[in-house]
Write a protein that binds this ligand. Structure first.
Ligand code: BGC
Length: 463
């Protein structure tokens, strides 16, 4: 081990850090759970409240819409009150949201519950990555933030399971009530976790910042990490709003927003949502196709675990490039399976394509959007930058969710998947040119690399 390195701050997260990270990443679990749970619950809610398809659509899209607002609002709150306090308040909001939805006497009240849940998961989706990135020494940062994505995928999988378990009783209220548990766990977990050293130090609480780092690093490493925090902050002195953000951190903002849009317009949620329908055409039995979402959910989790193991070893760029290549190929194949009359072989091709697509997404673009967005912004623009990028992600989720079915109706399923494939190709070009390798680098080094690439590839054409 090199002098100054400590076991905790070196290449393994260490139990304490992992504990804090897991607590905060429950925000990701809640995101996954609330996104996944409606898939099953919707049918029973529709019957209970006699909902029209428009009313169902409004109910579904309220989560990403609320989340968009929540992710924007959370940035300034996390800057003013601290990342930890923001997450504690968020946990309370998510408890209220789950309670309101579970007890909703009417459609209108249910809408309020889902809107609040949207605000809560949106806020978590922008604050959790910031919290994790500021807590983690550079050597384990990728893995720590990947814990967030891992929890999202576990949340989706658990929601699918719970949907299956309650399919007999059709009790949608129980599905929402179960959401109380992770929200309570987030609350308790954050009450026992510290504020981030970066935020504490920026507020002049250097001793407290040092105390937090000392719990995960030795004396020398603590000095080095504090120094890195300062160096990053010295680049710019104060916290900024959205307008200043666009002026001062434009390269990072372009990367964050573009990756957000590319992640969603590559079709992941369309696939996750509509996979059972496509699977049904693979001539599997009805019960097998009900289980298909669980299989997809499980592969999503498994591939995210693989990504977790690779992200700090292989680096972000190789994983992203492999991921996008796999997604492109599988989407082209999926489109072909939908368009060509291949009979049973076409059905199996569709099935394999979907599984490869999800694995490819989960190994790279899925987690790495969240990793990079937490890494590329300079300290004083980090919370605002992460908030805006996350809001762009939610807006894109909302748009794709609304547009997918009409698009399939207008141009057919095959060409729709090919459009997603084309988005992946654009994303490949974008990553090659503008996305920095952040593995093992300090925030100051990352900032310099972001600007170097921007000057080389974007500036000349903009001028
Ligand atoms: C995306 C979500 C998606 C999830 C699937 C996340 O990275 O942001 O929109 O549902 O991955 O695992």
């Amino acid at each position: 081990m090199p002098p100054g390195a400590s076991p905790e701050a070196g290449d393994s997260p260490g139990p304490k850090l992992f504990h804090w990270a897991s607590a905060a990443a429950l925000g990701g679990f809640l995101l996954g759970y609330h996104s996944g749970v409606l898939a099953g619950a919707l049918l029973w809610i529709r019957d209970d409240f006699q909902l029209s398809s428009l009313e169902q659509g409004v109910l579904v899209s309220l989560l990403p819409l609320g989340a968009m607002v929540g992710s924007i609002a959370a940035g300034p709150i996390a800057d003013a009150l601290g990342r930890r306090t923001a997450l504690i308040l968020d946990a309370v909001l998510l408890l209220v949201a789950a309670g309101v939805a579970a007890l909703a006497p009417s459609y209108a009240v249910l809408l309020i519950g889902r809107g609040l849940a949207g605000l809560g998961v949106g806020a978590a989706s922008s604050v959790v990555p910031v919290y994790l990135s500021e807590l983690a020494p550079p050597g384990v940062r990728g893995r720590l933030i990947t814990v967030h994505q891992l929890q999202i995928t576990v949340g989706i999988l658990v929601a699918y399971f719970v949907d299956l378990v309650f399919a007999g009783s059709e009790s949608w209220r129980a599905l929402f009530a179960i959401g109380l548990l992770p929200a309570a766990a987030l609350l308790v977990g954050m009450l026992r976790s510290p504020e981030t050293p970066a935020w504490l130090d920026a507020r002049g609480s250097t001793d407290l910042a040092r105390e937090v780092i000392r719990q995960i690093a030795d004396e020398d490493e603590t000095d080095r990490l504090l120094e890195d925090i300062r160096r990053t902050r010295e680049l710019q002195q104060r916290q900024v709003g959205p307008v200043e953000l666009a002026r001062r951190a434009r390269p990072a903002l372009v990367i964050g927003v573009a990756l957000a849009a590319l992640q969603q317009f590559a079709g992941v949620n369309a696939i996750i949502y509509y996979a059972p329908a496509v699977m049904e055409r693979t001539e599997l039995s009805a019960s097998a196709s009900i289980l298909s979402s669980v299989v997809i959910g499980a592969i999503n989790v498994a591939a995210t675990v693989v990504s977790f193991r690779l992200v700090d070893r292989m680096g972000r760029r190789p994983l992203l490039l492999a991921s996008l290549t796999g997604m492109t190929v599988s989407l082209v194949a999926l489109g072909a399976a939908s368009e060509l009359s291949l009979g049973r072989a076409g059905s199996w091709l569709a099935l394999v394509s979907i599984l490869v697509y999800i694995a490819a997404f989960a190994i790279g673009l899925g987690p790495l959007f969240w990793v990079l967005v937490a890494e590329i912004f300079p300290a004083d623009t980090r919370a605002a930058g992460t908030g805006v990028s996350t809001a762009a992600n939610w807006l894109s989720t909302f748009v794709v969710g609304l547009a997918f079915l009409p698009l399939v109706g207008a141009i057919g399923q095959g060409p729709t998947f090919w459009i997603f494939a084309a988005v992946c190709v654009v994303a490949l070009g974008f990553v090659i040119r503008l996305v920095p390798e952040t593995k093992g680098r300090s925030f100051a080094e990352i900032d310099a690399e972001v600007r170097r690439r921007w000057k080389r590839h974007a500036k000349p054409r903009a001028a």
